[in-house]
Every structure is written in structure tokens, then in C-alpha cells.
Write a protein that binds this ligand. Structure first.
Ligand code: NAD
Length: 498
């Protein structure tokens, strides 16, 4: 059985706890791998190495830092397939989807390659006679990232490339469910020339997370995961005096107006609801059909759903893979089983789905629930599986009220040909990321990613300019070089500009 260790101080470290967690291949249900679970001492060792590395890394020139990042970008590019295979083996998503994840992570490495531009300070000359003022941004020190299972390569890459480009050193605690991709990312960073201790990976569970949150030498924490844990992370990090951004769960609505192209909308709904088996924080999990298009739209989605090919992620003919664990698969099935009793119409029931030759895999088919009441669990909870709810609304106003009364506000989308309606939607909707005829509006690397309400705790979004702000702190320097003859004299008054 393969063991995934920690990556500390530029090398593989077994750790001291002696504890391991299981890592499954979701397509077979077999446990092929185990992951070391860090003790408090292991986390302390990683933070100590990161702290030691910060002393030099924080002052390494921008050109040297970016030279390493460019090399890293090339190595990642060359290893796309290998990283995607690791993702598919432990997460289950199909290879093409895993490649997409790697590509979106690479985008942030490319952003980090241009960090010199982002870190340019500001200078005002002669703000007062003979006085100049400059604003600069400096790294924080050791920063930590805690990441979810659903994007084991991309989400870590939302964080550490920007953090280390800004001059910080990083301790990553990836999901214990699919740790191999993160570990490989750290190995490749070392191969690119990143000095020991700048990027560390500690694998583990709550023990490791809590130690990172409490550790006095960790200056900031980035978290991506479910809403209850995001809330916990924010509160505990703040209690321990840390800067924190904690991205949580979601329930993303796709509003379809009566003038929309319904084939285009149905294709997009299918892709965004069932891609990665619905295990995306930006998945569309609710379609809101406005006016009298509901029956036709539901039929179009159901027809397409019936044709989806579900199978192991390493089979090129599969369009959707299994769920992450058996327990999660059974929980998702529970929402479909309970939906009818709570007033929904079960149009497509994907539960009980098996794949020939993979009977022990964590597979489930896709489900489509229509006329789902806002009180049903399937509507209220984040299911995080291939279950699409359709809600009917008579008017745009009714639809937007429904969306805005959701406790989450990650992404949302409108499908329409009416520019005025789309414009109104983008201004009125309460969500951090809005798509107009785009179902999964994950921003490109040079814009920032983040939701509103229970989808993000903290004020800075992740990557882009917000990411640079999060991983740096401002300093303002006021300078005067007096002329040899200049005298200030004694004046106890508050300094005024002159
Ligand atoms: P999760 O919250 O269970 O785990 C995330 C991380 O927190 C993991 O590293 C895990 O080890 C750690 N963790 C779990 N329980 C903990 C506890 N009690 N104390 C301390 N640490 C703990 O999330 P997940 O199941 O891995 O990922 C799926 C969730 O992540 C979904 O809710 C999804 O919407 C969300 N997500 C959000 C975004 C976003 O950008 N907003 C992106 C991806 C995923």
C-alpha cells in the first residue's frame, strides 16, 4: 500500500504520530493508499522550518522568486497528466475534468509569475516641502492553507503560489481524503528550485488544523471547505490573532428567463450540475425556471441526463465519475429518497446506480428533482452530489427574492437574451460571482474568487488582487532628507504640511 507522508523542509517526513488515515480509490472502493496524520509536534516542525526559511525567502529578490515560479510553471505544464491521474485515482473525477482543474490552478501560478507588477508600491513626492511618502506591501511571515477534497490541486494553487510570490513561507494542510496531488505539487516546487521550508505540506485531520490555528508563528490562514468548518476556522483564527479568509459551501442558483434559448440553458445546466458529480462549490444545484418554460426545460434536462455516461474517471468514455466516499454517496442518495415526501417531483432517480465491474465503487447516477419546495431538505442543504433541483417561479421578482433569501451567496447565473434583465440581475443578486449565460463563473486568475454571506468568512477574496492584499501588509514611509542648512527648531504642535 502506498503511504503519503508529510513534505517538511524540502523532504518527505514520516511524522511522529504513527497514525494514518485511509485514502480510497472511489471508482473501485478499494483502499490503495494511506496518509500520515500529523501530530502537534509534526505541525510544529513544519512551522519551525517555514519560519527559518522565511528569514531568507522574505528578502530574496523579486527576480529570483519569479525565476523559480516560471520554472515551476513549466514543470507543472509538463506534469499535467500525471497530476490529473493522481486526482482521478483519489477523488474520482474524470481525467478531462482533472486536467481542467490543473489548468485553472496553473493560471494562479502564472499570476504569481507576474507578482513584481502586483507588488509595485506607490510614491508621492513633495507632499510637504522636502517630504516624500511611499506605500509598500510586505509579506506576513509563515502562512497556512487548509483545503478541501474536491479540488486537491487547484485550491491549494489558489493559495500558495501567491503567498510565496509575495515573500511568505507556506504550510499546506490538504484534505486527508485525496492528499497525493498536493504532495506532488510540493515536490515539483522543490524541483523548480524553491528553497527548503518555503512550501511545506502537513497531512492530517483536526489535530493538525487546530495546531495551525493556535500556533503563534502562523500569521494568516486561508481556508476552503464547508460552511460549518469555515465558521469555526474564522472564529478560532481570530481568537488567536490571525488574519483569516475562510471560504465555505454553496447552493448556486441558475435563473432561466422565458426568452432564453432553452437548449443552450439545458446543456449548461447539465454540465454545471453534474460535472465532477456535483462536487464543486460552483456547481449549479438549483435551476429557477421563470414563467411557463418549466415543463419544456425540465424535459430537455431529463433527456440529456439519461444519456450521460457514468463510469471510472480513468476511462476516457466516462463523463462523470463516482463520489468521494461510500458514506457521502449514501448521504446524497438520502436526499433523493426523502424528496418526494417533502413535496418534490422526482423526475430522474439516480440512486442505486452501479457500474459493471466496479460494483464496490462509490457510484451514483444523476438525479433531477422538479417543483422542489423551498422548505425541502434537498433545496435547503448543500447536497454536494449529482442532484439538480428545479424550482418554478412566476416572475423575475419572485425568482430573485428566492435566490437572495438563500443563506449562501457563492455563484449564480442568469440565462436570457435580454440585456436589461441581465444587467438588473447583476446589480440586484446577492452573490460574489455572477454569470450571464455562463453557468460556473469561476473568475480567471487576475480577478479574485469569493462568495458572499455563508460562502465566505473574512473580507478578502482569494487570488487576484485580493490574494496579494491578503498575503501582504501595508507600510507607509514618510521621508525627509533635510538640506544641510535646514533647521526645524522646537515646535510641539502636531505636524502640518507646508
Ligand atoms: P470540509 O470542510 O469537510 O474539509 C475542509 C478541510 O477542513 C479539510 O482539510 C479537512 O481536513 C478540514 N476539517 C474537516 N473537519 C474539520 C474540523 N472539525 N476541524 C478542523 N478541520 C477540519 O470540506 P470538504 O468536504 O473537504 O469539501 C467540500 C466542501 O468545500 C463543500 O462544502 C464545498 O462547497 C466547499 N468548497 C468551497 C469552495 C469555495 O471556494 N467556496 C471551494 C471548494 C469547496
Amino acid at each position: 500500500m502506498k503511504t503519503v507522508n508529510h513534505w517538511i523542509g524540502g523532504k518527505s517526513v514520516e511524522g511522529t504520530s504513527g497514525n494514518h488515515g485511509p485514502v480510497y480509490n472511489p471508482a473501485t472502493g478499494a483502499q490503495d493508499t494511506r496518509v500520515a496524520l500529523a501530530s502537534v509536534e509534526d505541525v510544529d516542525a513544519a512551522v519551525a522550518d517555514a519560519k527559518a526559511a522565511y528569514r531568507s525567502w522574505g528578502t530574496v529578490s523579486l527576480s529570483k522568486r519569479t525565476a523559480i515560479l516560471y520554472k515551476y510553471r513549466e514543470l507543472l505544464d509538463a506534469h499535467r497528466d500525471e497530476i490529473a491521474e493522481l486526482i482521478t485515482a483519489e477523488h474520482g473525477k474524470v481525467h478531462s475534468d482533472a486536467l481542467g482543474e490543473v489548468a485553472r490552478g496553473l493560471e494562479i501560478v502564472e499570476l504569481a509569475c507576474g507578482i513584481a507588477e502586483k507588488l509595485k508600491g506607490e510614491l508621492s513626492t513633495q507632499v510637504s516641502t522636502g517630504v516624500d511618502v511611499s506605500s509598500i506591501r510586505q509579506p506576513l511571515g509563515v502562512v497556512a492553507g487548509i483545503t478541501p477534497f474536491n479540488f486537491p490541486a487547484m485550491v491549494p494553487m489558489w493559495m500558495f503560489p501567491v503567498a510565496i510570490a509575495c515573500g511568505n513561507t507556506f504550510v499546506l494542510k490538504p484534505s486527508e481524503k485525496d492528499p497525493s496531488a498536493s504532495y506532488r505539487l510540493a515536490e515539483l516546487a522543490a524541483e523548480a528550485g524553491l528553497p527548503e521550508g518555503v512550501l511545506n505540506v502537513v497531512n492530517g485531520d483536526k489535530v493538525a488544523v487546530d495546531r495551525l490555528l493556535e500556533h503563534p508563528d502562523v500569521a494568516a490562514v486561508s481556508f476552503v471547505g464547508s460552511t460549518p468548518i469555515a465558521k469555526y476556522i474564522q472564529a478560532k483564527a481570530v481568537e488567536h490573532g490571525k488574519r483569516v479568509q475562510a471560504l465555505g459551501g454553496a447552493k448556486n442558483h441558475m435563473l432561466v428567463l422565458p426568452d432564453a434559448d432553452l437548449d443552450f440553458a439545458a446543456d449548461n445546466a447539465i454540465n454545471a450540475a453534474y460535472g465532477s458529480a456535483g462536487e464543486r462549490c460552483m456547481a449549479v444545484s438549483v435551476v429557477v425556471a421563470v414563467g411557463d418554460i418549466g415543463d419544456e426545460l425540465v424535459k430537455k434536462i431529463a433527456d440529456r441526463a439519461a444519456k450521460l455516461r457514468i463510469g471510472p474517471g480513468n476511462d476516457p468514455s466516462s463523463e462523470m465519475g463516482p463520489l468521494i466516499t461510500k458514506e457521502h454517496r449514501d448521504k446524497v442518495a438520502g436526499y433523493v429518497h426523502g424528496a418526494a415526501a417533502q413535496g418534490a417531483e422526482v423526475v430522474v432517480d439516480g440512486t442505486g446506480y452501479t457500474v459493471d465491474g466496479h460494483e464496490d465503487g462509490f457510484f451514483i447516477g444523476v438525479s433531477l428533482l422538479d417543483k422542489v419546495p423551498a422548505t425541502a431538505d434537498a433545496y435547503r442543504d448543500e447536497i454536494f452530489g449529482p442532484v439538480l433541483c428545479v424550482v418554478r417561479a412566476e416572475t423575475y421578482d419572485e425568482a430573485i427574492e428566492l435566490i437572495n433569501s438563500s443563506k449562501w451567496g457563492n455563484g449564480t447565473a442568469i440565462f436570457t437574451r435580454d440585456g436589461g434583465a441581465a444587467r438588473r440581475f447583476q446589480l440586484e443578486v446577492e452573490a460574489g460571482m455572477v454569470g450571464i449565460n455562463v453557468p460556473i463563473p469561476v473568475p480567471v486568475g487576475y480577478h479574485s474568487f469569493g462568495g458572499w454571506k455563508d460562502s465566505l468568512f473574512g473580507d478578502q477574496h482569494i487570488y487576484g488582487n485580493d490574494g496579494v492584499h491578503f498575503y501582504t501588509r501595508g507600510k507607509v514611509v514618510t521621508t525627509r532628507w533635510p538640506e544641510p542648512s535646514e533647521e526645524v527648531g522646537i515646535n510641539l504642535g502636531f505636524p502640518k504640511n507646508h
